[in-house]
Ligand binder design. Structure first.
Ligand SMILES: [Fe+2]
Ligand SMILES: [Fe+2]
Length: 310
């Protein structure tokens, strides 16, 4: 039994609501504030783009890599927040006729996630307007959400906690000293994390609550499904890394030979795996809950699946 007492969990839901109210922000008044993106700036920080690995590129080309990855960042969040929100609305059902404080916490979560989807759509459009034509992001958020939501709630909440925790690391990377980094994108990281911090708390609580109702066989199956979900995310990242590398090669003025193009594609993929898989899976808070809910053998299976994605 991992469940908190009803009193302890009620108090934790209350704290989450209080924090959610305290940090609440507006897309225009707080984040965008009439600003726009500027091609003279980096959009994503070096700690996320892993730009030091793009050793054959000049400074302007490295900055372009950060701008392409910035646009993909907006698109990936538009994608994952679709299924995260749908899952939260689904599990809020468990609280409809129960603890109304828990229900309020999840409703606020959902409302914030709808706002984040709008933020990333806006940011994505603003970034795209600064970049040359030809960028593509062909993944359909509803198609991905339908596939993800076909897995068990345990597996979806595990993936969701991973994602919502990595926004913290992304924020931390964005505050590293770097005068060339877009102030607007820094604010996207800051404000997004301020609300994601509460989401990560709720993911943890709901994941533990969900786990408590599972038998051994169901949990073993859920662990497999979590591994399948991570593999599915990786499939999306592989396709997008290839697409973004091709866009880069087609957009820069110099000719890029096949071997350099292959290295650029590999570096995009390495950065995307770092941004969207490992930076959350390696977060101590993720490890803490996973250790609480799984056996050592199950964790080894997860670790070896993650280790295959390097
Ligand atoms: Fe979000
Ligand atoms: Fe979130």
């Amino acid at each position: 039994m991992n469940t908190m007492t009803p009193l302890a969990s009620h108090a934790r839901y209350e704290r989450v609501i209080k924090a959610s109210k305290a940090v609440r922000w507006d897309i225009d008044a707080d984040v965008i504030r009439g600003r726009s993106f500027d091609r003279s700036e980096k959009y994503l920080p070096d700690g996320l783009t892993l730009v030091q690995d793009f050793t054959t590129l000049g400074e302007d080309e490295k900055r372009f890599v950060s701008q392409i990855q910035g646009l993909t960042y907006a698109n990936i969040f538009g994608l994952v927040e679709r299924f995260i929100n749908a899952k939260m609305l689904e599990i809020s059902r468990d609280h409809w006729l129960g603890d109304q404080t828990a229900l309020e916490a999840l409703v606020r979560f959902s409302d914030e996630e709808l706002k984040h989807q709008e933020l990333f759509r806006r940011i994505g459009g603003m970034i795209a307007a600064t970049l040359p034509a030809g960028y593509r992001f062909d993944v359909d958020p509803n198609g991905v959400a339908t596939a993800v939501l076909g897995k068990s709630t345990w597996a979806v909440l595990a993936l969701t906690l991973d994602i919502e925790l990595f926004t913290q690391l992304h924020y931390r990377q964005s505050i590293e000293p770097d005068a060339a980094l877009s102030q607007l994108f820094k604010d996207v990281f800051l404000y997004h994390w301020r609300e994601e911090a509460q989401h990560a708390q709720l993911d943890e609580m709901e994941w533990i609550r969900c786990d408590d109702g599972l038998g051994e066989t169901e949990r073993a199956r859920a662990v497999d499904e979590f591994i399948e979900l991570v593999a599915a995310v990786d499939g999306i990242l592989q396709a997008q890394a290839a697409s973004d590398a091709s866009y880069f090669v087609a957009s820069v003025p110099r000719a890029i030979a096949a071997d350099e193009a292959a290295a650029i594609r590999a570096n995009f993929l390495k950065a995307y795996r770092w941004q969207y898989i490992h930076s959350g899976a390696g977060h101590p808070a993720f490890g803490k809950v996973l250790t609480m809910l799984t056996t050592e053998a199950q964790r080894e299976r997860i670790q070896s699946a993650l280790a295959g994605l390097h």
